[in-house]
Every structure is written in structure tokens, then in C-alpha cells.
Design a protein around this ligand. Structure first.
Ligand SMILES: NC(=O)c1ccc[n+]([C@@H]2O[C@H](COP(=O)([O-])OP(=O)(O)OC[C@H]3O[C@@H](n4cnc5c(N)ncnc54)[C@H](O)[C@@H]3O)[C@@H](O)[C@H]2O)c1
Length: 117
């Protein structure tokens, strides 16, 4: 992605695991990804360890309620059933959760954004 320049034919369907309302890095990833509004479209999320907060927060972000999942495993499984399912996931949870989440996403054939470690 280059700022302001459209380099791909359509935005990638993008989901977030973690990065909920009080999270530090989630908002920064969203701002960066949506900067020029051409590369990513946020279509689903398991933004929060608390499922009710996830639905409230994700709705406020503009994600369809039926694509706000109680946990990442459900999100990956349900999105895989859709023709317009998520293509890339951003994992913005605490570090100790990264391995299992990245592994599950890669095994489902998804692209992964995960910043350290
Ligand atoms: N804090 C920083 O300045 C910074 C900078 C760069 C990268 N990072 C990296 O970003 C990641 C997140 O850091 P942070 O500071 O935003 O953490 P944080 O603790 O502020 O936020 C974590 C978010 O993940 C959610 N979460 C926790 N468990 C979950 C689960 N099982 N399913 C779904 N959501 C879950 C929490 O509800 C919260 O919204 C870390 O890997 C960190 O290394 C942090």
C-alpha cells in the first residue's frame, strides 16, 4: 500500500483478533490499514476477550453483527464457510496468545499481520 495510491484491484477482506476498545495497538493498526481506504476492508472481528464487549465495539466500528465472533476459532471456522470470507487477519492480542492464533490462521490459509514477537 502506498498512501493515496491504489495499487490493488480491490481491498483485501480483513479481520481483527484482539485490538478491542481499550487496547493500545489495535487502534493504531486500524488507522494505518485504513489510511488511504484502498487496501483493506474490515469485515469481521473477535476484538475482545469479552464477547459482549466485542459485539458492542465491533458494531460501533461498522462491522456486521453476524461477523462479530465470540472467539477466534469460531471466527476462522465461520469465515471459511463464506464465499466472501476474510482473507487476512490482524492479530493484536497479548503476546502469549500469538502462537496458537497465528498457527490457526495460517492453517486456514489466511494471510496474517502480527507485530512482534
Ligand atoms: N503497546 C504497544 O505500544 C505495542 C506496540 C507495538 C506492538 N504491540 C504488540 O501488540 C500486541 C497487543 O498489545 P497491546 O498493548 O495492544 O495489548 P492490550 O492488552 O492493550 O490489548 C489486547 C487486546 O486483546 C484482546 N484480547 C485478549 N485476549 C483475547 C482473546 N483470547 N481473543 C480476542 N481478543 C483478546 C483484549 O480484550 C484487548 O482488546 C502485543 O503483541 C504487543 O507486543 C504493542
Amino acid at each position: 500500500m502506498l498512501i493515496g495510491e491504489k495499487k490493488i484491484a480491490r481491498p483485501l477482506r480483513w479481520g481483527m483478533i484482539g485490538g478491542g476498545r481499550t487496547a493500545n495497538v489495535g487502534p493504531k493498526h486500524r488507522r494505518g490499514a485504513l489510511y488511504d481506504n484502498t487496501a483493506f476492508k474490515l469485515v469481521c472481528g473477535a476484538f475482545d476477550v469479552d464477547p459482549a464487549r466485542n459485539v458492542e465495539f465491533g458494531t460501533n466500528l461498522g462491522v456486521d453483527k453476524d461477523r462479530l465472533y465470540p472467539d477466534y476459532k469460531t471466527m476462522i471456522a465461520e469465515e471459511a464457510k463464506r464465499e466472501d470470507g476474510v482473507e487476512v487477519v490482524d492479530i493484536a492480542t497479548p503476546n502469549f496468545l500469538h502462537y496458537e492464533m497465528v498457527k490457526a490462521a495460517l492453517e486456514a490459509g489466511l494471510h496474517v499481520i502480527c507485530e512482534k514477537p
